[in-house]
Write a protein of this length. Sequence first.
Length: 365
Amino acid sequence: MKAIHALLTISLLLFMPNLLADSHEAAGQADARALIGHAQQAVGQVVRAAQADPQLDAGKSEAKPFWEAMKGVNESLDKAETGLSLQDQTFFSNLAAARAQVIQAEVAVTMNGGGSAAVQSSMKTLTALVTRLDDNFSKESVRAKQGGKLTKTERQQLDRLKKQQRDLMKKLDQVERNAAKNNKAMQAGIKKMREQSKKVRNARRNTAGFASGFLAARMMSSWMWGWHWWWGPWGVWAPGWIDINIDIWVDWIDVAPYDWDLVDTDVDIGDLDLADLSADDLAATDDFLAGGDFSLNDDDFRAMTSDMELGWDAVEGDAGMDIMNGMESNYDDAPYEPAFEANTFEDHGMSDFGGGFDDFGGGDW
């Protein structure tokens, strides 16, 4: 009898974690690690759906930004999980990178006809999971809940972000007049950036305003990164602008404190439909993403802006080609990755592209 009791006790101990996990799922809650796991499975679901969608054929120039983004999301979530285990800053940087890459994938789906019903549904789930993770466990969200007064450094950092908005509207105006003038999807994307910029400009100098302003700046940079591939030569200024935002953000997260016990906090996910998520999807597509080459070349750049009056196919001269090559090199990176280092082109202007661009002047953008 004692032996039977012992076996029952051991069995309960072995299966208790699974029972607890099941109770979490039944209650519709998840902590940071569980959310990462769900998001990783959602990546597999998106990839499976996209592989069956002709609009997102991985060989198409216009589909490559989608696949590069999905490859990046997959890697960033893995690195965020490692950062969570190590309790270091790579958790936050890779979480931010994952959110930026999800946005790039969303933009690419939009620019490829909107995707099939399966792609739309699976992307909705992935976006919701990554957003839920970021909204609850990023340093911005924690800083908003902490309250208290801003430090002198935080006030200065917020002011730096505000200052950067001064000429952004002018840059977006130029993009809208030229790259986006006949494209409602691009116009809607620019509208989102304007809304985020307004949040930064109007952010109050308190903890709620600081956190809101920093998150808005990050979202704006992420939307800009996802869209600027489609703006052609009119978006060449964007990497330099984003780079400044990231520098300000990194300066803050490097010193901002964080209570790592918070990652064990359960958040509600009962509103998300996760019934179809499976680790099998990710296992089946992981090799495809890891081994895939979705890089952009000159022909891809030209194809993505072929509908523009002045796209990449209108660029002439060595300076313009050098800029295009620099943009192609940037494609391998993603905003907020720890090793992010973009080529920037502050010393150039639209006239450097030659041809029909000469009428838009030289100097800075």
